[in-house]
Design a protein around this ligand. Structure first.
Ligand code: BTN
Length: 340
């Protein structure tokens, strides 16, 4: 029967989620207690516990005592996120969807964009096909980082969105600062770095009519506590909140708090953007911008341009002094690096 084959994985997922919630405190729980709380046999508990290692989580088995999730876990929680939302921003939140595992939160919202209202948000504990800029993979292990996408509809087409991805970088920097993190810098167009290492990235995708009614999905990935093994597959220098808080002598930052604070910034940014545009954000971007006044190399598909970075224009374009001539470069599939 169709219904039965569909319901089984859903039920299994619900049990797994409940198990994760029980173990998230990092304490030792007996198989009997877990079975009782989940309403399943001890054999079934064991079957579910084995799935945790598939998610990259390490389980400590204490003979005769029970099971313990090493280091505990802070799972995404809608109430905790909402506690950190400013009231003005909360009015713009249409839907807060929390998923365990998805292909990509951006893909999810892009696929359903026509049916969803502005202010629809999708967050996931894990992405199996997390996407970065320039066709890169975004490494997305379970419950360790932040993978969030936010949908917004615009009437004025692509022109209204000029510089938006840079403004999103500023919003992320503000949220990180509000959580106590210092030294956040932005690398054009919108990489978020601390001490030259990438902490967060932005993937903006657009659909609909580029000259009229369109929608944008703003995808943000922030490394919070990237496991060593997963981090080995990242092909650029990276950092995470855990390393930064240790270096800066800060106490641990809650993932739910960071999501709430960031969501406040983004929901207000997207609401105000059509009226104000990037010029409102340009000064703040320049204050955080990396490589300004330095020699840089800009690689686009097939060509490399060298020059001195002057800053960004009111439309968010990169201003480069190329042999004494100021040249503007717009976003897209480009990458920037400093040269000595
Ligand atoms: C970059 O390459 O810097 C952009 C990374 C963007 C990653 C985020 S994670 C949430 C959203 N879903 C995705 O598949 N990508 C973005």
């Amino acid at each position: 029967m169709k219904g039965v084959t569909y319901l089984r994985p859903v039920k299994a997922m619900a049990v797994l989620n409940k198990l994760l919630n029980l173990l998230s405190d990092g304490e030792c729980h007996s198989g009997q207690d877990l079975g009782h709380a989940l309403g399943v046999s001890r054999a079934a508990v064991w079957k579910h516990l084995k799935k945790l290692s598939d998610l990259g989580l390490s389980l400590n088995i204490q003979r005769g005592r029970g099971y313990q999730l090493v280091g505990g876990l802070e799972l995404l929680n809608a109430n905790c996120i909402k506690e950190h939302l400013q009231q003005k921003a909360a009015n713009n939140l249409a839907q807060l969807r929390l998923e365990s595992v998805v292909d990509s939160t951006n893909t999810q919202l892009m696929q359903q964009a026509q049916m969803l209202e502005s202010g629809s948000v999708c967050l996931a504990e894990q992405q199996t096909s997390g996407r970065g800029r320039r066709g890169r993979v975004w490494v997305s292990p379970f419950a360790k980082n932040i993978y969030m996408s936010l949908l917004w509809h615009f009437d004025g087409g692509a022109a209204e969105l000029e510089g938006l991805s840079l403004a999103v970088g500023v919003a992320i920097a503000r949220a990180l600062r509000a959580c106590g993190i210092e030294g956040v810098q932005l690398k054009w167009p919108n990489d978020v770095l601390v001490e030259g290492r990438k902490l967060a990235g932005v993937l903006l995708e657009m659909g609909g009519d580029p000259s009229g009614s369109c929608h944008v999905v703003v995808g943000v990935g922030i490394n919070v506590s990237m496991p060593k093994q997963a981090g080995e597959s990242i092909d650029q220098p990276w950092t995470d909140i855990l390393q930064i808080t240790a270096q800066q002598g800060l106490s641990e930052i809650s993932r739910n708090k960071l999501v709430g604070v960031l969501l406040s910034e983004l929901l207000l940014l997207l609401q105000q953007y059509p009226a104000k545009g990037f010029s409102d954000w340009q000064g703040e971007w320049m204050a955080l911008g990396l490589h300004i006044g330095c020699k840089v190399q800009l690689s686009t598909q097939g060509s490399v341009r060298s020059g001195t970075m002057l800053g960004v224009s009111p439309a968010g374009a990169l201003r480069l002094d190329v042999g004494g001539v100021e040249t503007l470069f717009y976003g897209g599939e480009v990458s920037l690096r400093a040269v000595s």
